[in-house]
Write a protein that binds this ligand. Structure first.
Ligand code: AMP
Length: 114
């Protein structure tokens, strides 16, 4: 079947790219939960956060460096933003390519666990 986010990264499925560098790709979430809602993925595929940490934890550096750069470019570093990683079923992970949600562009509500 292939990975949805790998296909997006390779332009086999359309997306609205917001950021790219050598290692990281980011695009708008199709079902935004805030005015700004982007998904940051590493170009080297892992299924989830735990696999990423086990296989190559330095990918987290790449992802967070990219997020900081995007935040600076878009002004979100001044207003604030939230990052979320859903790990596994009970957290609601639906796409099995590790991704970081970046939410912002407006005042966000409190985090709800349910
Ligand atoms: P998660 O629940 O953490 O696995 O998040 C998966 C996210 O991917 C959800 O917020 C979806 O709205 C988003 N998503 C699914 N398909 C697409 C797509 N084709 N383009 C952009 N975002 C997508």
């Amino acid at each position: 079947m292939g990975c949805l986010f790998c296909k997006i990264m390779n332009s086999e499925i359309p997306s609205e790219k917001v950021y790219e560098n050598k290692r990281v790709f980011a695009f708008k979430d199709i079902n935004p939960q805030a005015k700004v809602h982007a998904l940051f993925i590493h170009k080297d595929h892992t299924e989830d956060l735990c696999q990423l940490i086990k296989q190559n934890v330095s990918q987290l550096n790449d992802l967070f460096i990219a997020i900081r750069e995007y935040a600076q470019q878009s002004g979100l570093d001044k207003t604030g933003f939230r990052v979320i990683i859903n790990q596994g079923k009970e957290a609601g992970q639906e796409v099995w390519h590790t991704h970081i949600h970046l939410l912002g562009g407006e005042r966000l509500g409190r985090l709800n666990s349910r």
